[in-house]
Design a protein around this ligand. Structure first.
Ligand SMILES: [Zn+2]
Length: 76
């Protein structure tokens, strides 16, 4: 079987070179940051006067977790 010139893996018809580990980590971090920020924006939209500002961190972590989870589901 032919081997891929870039990653040395078996060159099948639908071969795609695996991403480098560092890039995967960067993508996960970027996804988590984006999800966290989206969560904060949502919170701000529902709470324009900041009455539940104590939830900032929880919202950020929740948004990040959801974003990473969805990203993993889409890619698997
Ligand atoms: Zn390859």
């Amino acid at each position: 079987m032919a081997t891929c010139p870039r990653c040395k893996g078996p060159l099948t018809d639908d071969h795609r070179c695996p991403k480098r580990q560092g890039l995967v980590i960067i993508e996960i971090v970027a996804t988590a940051l984006g999800g966290g920020l989206a969560g904060l924006l949502l919170l701000a939209a529902f709470d324009p006067r900041g009455q539940i500002a104590d939830l900032d961190v929880i919202t950020f972590i929740g948004g990040a977790a959801v974003a990473v989870g969805v990203n993993r589901l889409i890619r698997s």
